[in-house]
Design a protein around this ligand. Sequence first.
Ligand code: SAH
Length: 214
Amino acid sequence: MTASPEVTMQFLYALRSHGVTDTSVLGAMEKIDRGPFVKGYFTDRAYEDMPLPIACGQTISQPSVVGLMTQALQVTPRDKVLEVGTGSGYQAAVLSQLARRVYTVDRHARLVREARALFEAMDLTNITAFTADGSHGLPDQAPFDRILVTAAAEDPPGPLLAQLKIGGIMVVPVGQSDAVQHLIRVKRHETGYDYDELRPVRFVPLVEGLGREE
Ligand code: SAH
């Protein structure tokens, strides 16, 4: 991070006090500077533990939620990860520090373009970003060791369940967009899926189809 040592300490303290205790996740979040992912009016709030508006009417998630979701995903250095909902690109950048390879998709081409430019500038060469409707997953790159959905679905999307490897883990916020949603962790085993409910969250909805270009 390029923030001052005091601001960095506060940023990490907020993560820990919300239950982000995994040292590799904390290390990744210390390394990846959230500043460049927050553009315009809110740049000076980039190191506060709050969600902020980004382009296309979307939001960059609260850092502690990014930390908790990343921790719940139990990423290992051998993993191929799919993220649905690139948004600013911040979550993908954090994942890139922990995984072998990260694929991230967003339905808004503009968000994907801007995130790609940041990945390049930060030399994060193990991330590939696509404009696509992520509710269908990414069949060409499937199966995945880990899948992280950063928009709320009414149910874990079937194509994403199908694209999870046996032994794989998916973390997805589930619920109506205007109601309480719960973060669900799905583990795929030989004969089916185990679900566990982690915590209440609030995300923008997973929307079908591509976004209109602005
Ligand atoms: N992970 C992001 C925040 C995501 S906000 C970050 O770190 O900044 C949720 C994102 O999901 C939005 O950018 C929205 O465009 C995207 N989204 C919603 N429905 C989608 C779909 N069906 N396919 C791909 N992306 C989708």
